[in-house]
Write a protein that binds this ligand. Structure first.
Ligand SMILES: C[S@@+](CC[C@H](N)C(=O)[O-])C[C@H]1O[C@@H](n2cnc3c(N)ncnc32)[C@H](O)[C@@H]1O
Length: 678
């Protein structure tokens, strides 16, 4: 650091100003590694860990009765969620059944789509792809930093990749973050191929594989060998073997009218051969008459890293890019024991979770897509109907163990009021990234610290009806005096504050109002908050999505009409729901940008036979905005699909939902046409 830089830092600190992130490399130079690969936008690991916002997990619903541990299905951006999970690990609340802290096994299948459209020359396109490539790598690297921290010391991570990204991810990310010494295998898995015809002209050969890169957290990590079903079609083998030395006369005799060929002998001595003939294990070949013997097919052989006996993909849930349960079965068997926690932060249709569940492991799944969340919820709640892993001709036939669905980063304010004081206090501190460290100054109980200054979490439950106005601040000021430093943060529900300003200054002290839900004070946040974006077409389901910060649920405004369209001629009547108005806004993250009708619409999901008693939304169909727009914003479906009631969940791009339940009469259907028999 130069003397000028040192002076500048002192000046900034004395003025009480924040140091911008550019100072980080100067203050904390990266350790001098033998070599380090750099690329555009690469952040320091320490900064990633420190600067990621932790978003509290708000339980939405627990399915099944809750014991000590309930598995976790989390809706939110995985980076922010992992920061919260890491806090759980540090607090000893994230442990495998044998007590080891962290998660034993991580499987991830990150999206690789870099759907950046760029209309320019080939050169420009290549350049654009490189930028998108570096952004993708940094997106994944940040997550891998947290994944490594979440792993237990004897855990392992499996990263599913295709041929386009695997080399970058191995060398630039995994070898550096988890160390080259901890690389254990590259597994090659079969994937289905396109069909070319002889005579077609092609630019490259078909890619017939995906890959799994396996890294152990430490040298101590052990795996279990895994086996595959042997595919040996012909169990009968010729009965002769080499007779190298020519000194095995007891293996040379006539059998079924044949002598062994020159320089060869039979496999067994005469007595053993006669016994085998009686048992039907040695016979003359039906065509040549030469002796052949039965080698009992071993049903299992040890797996190598070539897993071409199974397919990477499956299409059972209808979710794009769904992976195969047989693949995950092998991974989970190889790298975990019953009771271990398995984590997938790109959970998609929930293959990892379903397999973990079936194999008696605990699980945590995260996804930022509402479609993924409802696909997983359905898959887990109906798991008893799915195939058994050991015997795919049978059903699994067991119910799912309890799991809790959480929101992380998009909160239901009305339900926050149901929290106990302790939970509210914890939630409030986490929401504004405060350190939970109770202390008392001037007889006033304070909850913790934010940016070095004290935080007061106002107990609106104890002091019902009490408002925080300028007088309250004055009396606080008197009690705290100069011992409080030059700032105090007060967190309370927005309606408790009787003034509008972000802060009130008394003497040298600024009293900041941190309002729940609405308060975003830009100077407190280094980065602008950004929303999760829900996809509007099927292609976008697998996009990389990044969200920073939190928001509060605001139900979109929805107006619709529904009815029956008469089929012409032989065609069947169809039911339709036509969206007339759909408007929504993000409260905190994009407060200024009001969008026009239907501009924020992402998709609608249907449960054709909604069960009023359980009140569980059981996803049957999804319609994306781009397709609906082409159909004049009407979704059509066969009347036959409908049960007693239909539930439709309309999702906006921020992840807010407008739910409606429609009875058949509203369509003009007199009695339910079909029962799904839930
Ligand atoms: C390739 S899919 C995973 C498929 C999954 N293995 C299966 O078997 O269905 C990738 C998933 O990552 C999710 N995703 C992308 N960015 C994310 C983020 N920042 N946080 C959480 N999930 C994310 C997408 O919504 C998508 O469901």
């Amino acid at each position: 650091m130069t003397p000028e830089q040192r002076q500048e830092i002192i000046r900034l600190l004395e003025k009480g100003e924040e140091l911008s992130p550019e100072w980080a490399r100067i203050l904390f130079p990266p350790e001098k590694r033998e070599y380090e690969l750099v690329y555009h936008g690469k952040e320091r690991e320490e900064d990633i860990l420190a600067n990621t916002l932790a978003v509290p997990l708000q339980p939405v619903r627990t399915f099944g009765s809750n014991g000590d541990w309930s598995n976790m299905l989390i809706f939110g951006d995985n980076l922010q969620v992992m920061k919260s999970l890491l806090e759980m690990k540090k607090a000893g609340r994230l442990c495998n059944a044998d007590g080891t802290p962290g998660v034993r096994l991580i499987y991830i299948d990150p999206p690789f789509a870099t759907k950046q459209e760029f209309r320019g020359s080939q050169d420009q396109k290549a350049y654009q792809d490189k930028i998108a490539g570096a952004q993708f790598l940094e997106f994944l690297r940040k997550r891998l930093v947290f994944l490594r921290e979440l792993l237990s010391d004897d855990g392992s991570i499996y990263v599913h990749l295709d041929c386009k990204k695997i080399h970058y991810v191995k060398i630039l990310l995994l070898d550096e973050l988890l160390s080259e010494q901890n690389f254990r295998n590259e597994i090659v898995i079969r994937r289905t191929q396109k069909n070319y015809l002889e005579g077609d002209s092609i630019k490259s050969l078909n890619v017939g594989n995906d890959s799994l890169l396996i890294y152990a957290k430490t040298y101590d990590t052990q795996f279990k060998p895994v086996f595959r079903q042997e595919k040996r079609m012909e169990p009968w083998h010729a009965f002769d073997a080499p007779n190298w030395s020519g000194t095995r006369p007891n293996l040379i005799y006539e059998l079924f009218g044949h002598m062994p060929p020159p320089n060869r002998c039979w496999v067994w001595v005469k007595e053993k051969a006669n016994k085998a003939i009686k048992e039907g294990k040695l016979r003359p070949n039906p065509n040549t008459g030469k002796p052949e013997y039965l080698i009992p097919a071993r049903d299992k052989v040890l797996c190598t890293n070539l897993w071409d006996d199974l397919n990477a993909y499956s299409f059972s849930s209808g979710y794009p890019t769904e992976k195969n349960e047989t693949l995950l079965h092998r991974v989970v068997e190889m790298a975990s024991n019953k009771g271990d926690i398995i984590f997938d932060c790109f959970a998609g249709s929930g293959t990892t979770l379903a397999v973990a569940e079936k194999l008696g492991r605990g699980w945590i799944g995260v996804d930022c897509g509402k479609l993924a969340i409802y696909t997983m919820q359905k898959r887990l709640l109906n798991i008893s109907e799915s195939k058994d892993l050991e015997n795919p001709n049978k059903k699994y036939n067991k119910h799912c163990k309890p799991f809790t669905l959480y929101n992380a980063g998009l909160y239901d304010f009305s339900r926050l009021k149901e929290l106990s004081w302790d939970s509210w206090r914890f939630f409030a501190l986490q929401l504004f990234q405060c350190r939970d460290e109770p202390h008392t100054i001037g007889g006033i109980k304070l909850g913790g610290y934010l940016k070095g200054a004290s935080v007061l979490v106002f107990n609106h439950m104890k002091e019902k009806g009490v408002r925080i106005d300028e007088e309250t601040i004055e009396s606080l000021h008197e009690a705290l005096g100069t011992r409080i430093g030059n700032r105090l943060f007060i967190i309370a529900p927005a309606l408790t504050f009787d003034f509008q300003q972000d802060y009130i200054t008394l003497g040298n002290v600024r009293y900041y109002a941190l309002r729940i839900p609405y308060s975003i004070i830009n100077e407190l946040h280094q980065r602008e908050f950004t929303c999760l974006k829900q996809p509007s077409d099927e292609m976008a389901v697998n996009d990389t999505v990044e969200a920073v910060g939190f928001d509060f649920i605001r139900t979109p405004e929805l107006k619709f009409e529904c009815g029956i369209r008469k089929g012409k001629g032989d065609t069947q009547d169809t039911a339709y729901i036509k969206i007339k108005t759909f408007k929504s806004e993000a409260v905190v993250r994009e407060p200024m940008r009001k969008k026009g009708n239907l501009e924020t619409f992402s998709m609608v999901m249907l449960d054709y036979d909604f069960d009023d008693n359980s009140q569980v939304f059981d996803l049957d169909a999804v319609f994306y905005a781009d397709a609906l727009e082409k159909d004049g914003w009407a979704l059509n479906f066969p009347i036959d699909s409908t049960g007693k009631k239909i539930m439709a969940v309309f999702i906006d791009i921020y992840g807010n939902e407008a739910r409606i339940v429609i009875e058949p009469e509203q369509f003009g259907i007199s009695s339910p046409k079909k029962k799904k028999g839930k």
